[in-house]
Design a protein around this ligand. Sequence first.
Ligand code: HEC
Length: 197
Amino acid sequence: MVWIGVAPVAVSEDLASVIHASFSDSGQATLMRLEQDPLQQRCSQPRDERVDDDTAMALRQERLNAVVFPKDGNFLGDWQRGAAVAASGRGLQSNDDPSIANGGNCYACHQLAPTEVAYGTLGPSLTQYGLRGQSEAMLRYTWTKLWDTHAFNLCSHMPRFGAQKILTEQQLKDVMAFLLDPNSSVNQPAEGPSSAH
Ligand code: HEC
């Protein structure tokens, strides 16, 4: 029954050529983006073929080892600047100016400041995230999650903000402060309709 092993390969090659034929380079959005790294290849497999085997563990460990922590040991920047980074969805598209800093587009997937009513729900709500405190473990966990989410959840849908150079070290520090600074709008109580005056 050789065809059982061969058929999926033929299908995926067809698929790859169809995908390649469907796109062309446009500004900074080049066909290079269709090249999958080993992690993306792994996570493109059907879910039931993605058992947590040695390969998965090795890929995750590789991502964990590659995380670069802040050079000066200081994880927290300016929460107001971080709020602007989180709210901006600009960057990396063919019509974006590559010389302008990218945004994090966090609201596409997360609730953050409770005053912002437009947010996606692909990721969990991060409102009141700062309640978790600023222990070394929390700082390192949150930084790692932002730097390369695959270090914890191999097939996460969240972008790899540090590893893929989407955000700079300073932008990441500012987003960290947006999440963790007690004064940040993320950590203020939501105003109910009755408290309006
Ligand atoms: C494309 C969707 C997407 C975007 C954009 C995104 N995230 Fe996420 N994020 C997720 C998903 C899904 C999870 C939960 C699953 C997982 O762990 O991967 C998550 C998890 C997290 C967690 C861990 C939550 C916890 O309870 O410990 C943090 C912190 C986080 N995201 C912060 C951010 C920040 C800050 C930004 C913007 C700079 C951002 N995310 C952008 C999808 C996204």
